[in-house]
Design a protein around this ligand. Structure first.
Ligand code: AMP
Ligand code: MG
Length: 593
């Protein structure tokens, strides 16, 4: 029996992030952006008014108050969407609407409420003049040009999941399309001689095929495109025919035919067409699960279609979909956060775990006074699909435990929260690291500088790590930090108003794995100079004049930056083409991590 984690890791190892496509922004909801979005304009494009009121010179309101109005001559009006044609001169004001561009000469807007406009109107007074009832500071009620977005700013990073607000931002920049990772097409095949399609009459002994619909709806919910293949009968011919119809999809999901009884048919077919693993996964419901790849010729290229064989019981099929198919779909869509949203709740019933597998118990979660409570939705038979309709979560009772007692705190995977709001913080993010190595004087530091600048330009948060054999410069004799270290402290931290340095005294040579946790997970990329013996990917800098050999053995090097050309089969970049080197790092190490 394998664990849920092992099974998931295997499934994920067979699916890849799909390629990007350009499409209208409204069709991109929930998809992952495959390009960085830079602004080509200032938003707002002009200084404009944040209120309905009067544009004026702040200077002209000095000393104004409720009982000491300052009177200005109203010389015009400007509405949103039109441009002012006259200037505000000393002693004058222009009536202005929210969003209208600020007239030249004005440096503040006083809202109607702070003028005598309403009283004037009521008393049938003259509107060619206005009384200002408050003293305005320069900039009052003005939205400055570029205040929201400045031209050239990185607005949305590559990898952003597009929500309504991001789609709005794209529109505000005048973009009607976006480059996003495409949605996976997932083919669905129900298997079983007992199944009848919903549009057919039900003969005795038959049941309606519900799994196709549950699974199709789940695929759509998580962003995929379901392709329904219908019902395959329990015969080699029928199943083979149906499976062939699904091979242009990115993944095939079957339901049924994996429990002991039918085991052999699906197994034989898949064994003939690809690789297959039949697993007993340490979970309940959902113990039997099939997974493999079906090989398919595409022109002269062989393509592998991942196949997930879910159990037939409706609840088992849904629970296993959530554990294995959902993360696979999310990964294909380029999402990083694959975990189900999980909360901790007090369980309101005793739950027995009779055979020690990981139990997924259908529960209804409610919240009282800030505390979640989970109550079991009734009988837990894996054929009882209505118990899923009463549930909004799956309580997870760990394998090997005897179960849970009323009042215990348990983890609950929420079914109705599609995205895990904890995002990056929930799972410790592994920050990709790449090192620049090379002989002394080869130009490592210069390449580091160029790469740092290039990745900053692309909107990444970058950390740079320098390996120095000759000690750390800030650790100078006589300095306080040096005195603390000499007095015996194991680590010394130095902080100023906006910087932090951390020095740890060690009794062994450091390896990069020990350093990465100190750097933390807030960075998108760590660029390392040196550490040529570490296991992180390496870019070697090569200079002709220092010889034709490399410092590292070629199998340890991912790419070479050189001022000559070397006769080895490793990607090579000419000196100075930092953009190409950064593209290589981005494609191979940052986006794939
Ligand atoms: P199997 O895994 O094929 O042995 O199926 C286990 C149970 O799930 C049987 O009772 C089937 O009738 C039921 N079942 C299988 N496929 C479906 C389906 N597509 N819709 C509803 N029930 C199904
Ligand atoms: Mg069956």
């Amino acid at each position: 029996m394998i664990s849920v984690e092992e099974a998931l890791e295997k499934v994920l190892s067979y699916v890849e992030v799909l390629e990007p496509e350009r499409k209208p922004i409204l069709e991109c909801l929930g998809q992952v952006l495959a390009e960085g979005i830079y602004s080509t304009m200032d938003i707002p494009p002009l200084d404009n008014s944040a209120m309905d009121g009067y544009a004026l010179r702040a200077e002209d309101t000095r000393g104004a108050g409720e009982s000491s109005p300052r009177y200005l001559v109203v010389i015009g009006e400007v509405a949103a969407g039109s441009l002012p044609t006259i200037k505000v001169r000393p002693g004058t004001a222009i009536r202005i609407m929210t969003g209208a561009p600020l007239p030249e000469g004005a440096d503040a807007v006083v809202r109607f409420e702070d003028t005598d406009e309403v009283n004037r109107r009521r008393s049938g007074g003259d509107l060619s003049q206005i009384g200002i009832l408050c003293q305005a500071k320069k900039g009052l009620n003005i939205r400055c040009r570029g205040e929201d977005i400045a031209k050239g700013d990185l607005i949305l990073k590559k990898g952003t999941v597009l929500r309504p607000q991001e789609i709005g931002v794209l529109a505000s920049l005048g973009r009607s399309t976006a480059l996003v990772i495409r949605r996976p097409v997932v083919a669905i095949l129900a298997t079983g001689d007992e199944l009848v399609s919903v549009d057919q009459p039900l003969a005795p002994g038959k049941i309606y095929d519900s799994n196709t619909y549950t699974i199709a709806a789940e695929i759509s919910r998580y962003g995929g495109i379901p392709k329904i293949l219908g019902i395959g009968r329990d015969s080699v011919r029928s199943l083979t025919e149906k499976i062939n119809e699904g091979l242009d999809a990115d993944m095939l999901i079957t339901s049924g035919g994996v429990s002991k009884g039918d085991y052999d048919i699906v197994k034989d077919i898949l064994a003939e067409h690809g690789e297959i693993g039949f697993w007993t996964v340490c979970m309940k419901p959902g113990k039997p699960l099939a997974f493999g790849v079906i090989k398919k010729m595409e022109g002269r290229k062989k393509r592998k279609v991942p196949h997930l064989g879910l159990p037939g019981n409706p609840v088992s099929s849904m629970v296993t979909f959530e554990q294995f198919a959902r993360p696979a779909i999310l990964k294909m869509m380029g999402k990083k956060n694959l975990a189900k949203p999980t909360i901790r709740a007090i369980i309101e019933n005793d739950v027995e775990n009779s055979d020690g597998r990981r139990l997924f118990v259908r529960v209804s979660v409610t919240r009282h006074r800030g505390q979640y409570h989970a109550s079991v939705t009734g009988p837990q038979g894996s054929g009882i699909l209505t118990s899923m309709t009463k549930a909004n979560g799956l309580a997870v009772i760990p394998e090997g435990s005897k179960g849970a007692k009323t009042g215990d705190v348990v983890e609950v995977q929420m079914l109705d929260w599609e995205e895990d709001p904890r995002c990056d913080e929930g799972q410790a993010k592994k920050v990709p690291a790449v090192s620049v190595v090379g002989k002394s004087q080869s130009g490592k530091t210069m390449l580091m500088e160029q790469l740092i600048a290039e990745f900053k330009r692309r909107g990444y948060k970058v950390a740079a790590l320098k390996h120095s054999r000759s000690g750390i410069e800030i650790d100078q004799p006589g300095k306080d930090s040096w005195r603390f270290a000499r007095a015996g402290s194991d680590a010394v931290l130095l902080s100023s108003l906006d910087k932090l340095a951390f020095i740890k005294n060690l009794d062994h040579e450091l390896n990069i794995e020990e350093i990465m946790p100190v750097i933390g997970s807030e960075f998108d990329l760590v660029l390392v100079e040196g550490f040529r013996k570490s296991k992180i990917p390496k870019i070697e800098v090569h200079r002709k004049e220092l010889g034709d050999d490399l410092l590292c053995s070629p199998e340890d090097v991912s790419a070479i930056v050189t001022d000559g050309s070397l006769d080895i089969d490793i990607p090579q970049f000419p000196w100075g083409d930092t953009v190409a080197v950064a593209d290589f790092i981005e494609q191979n190490f940052v986006l794939k991590s």
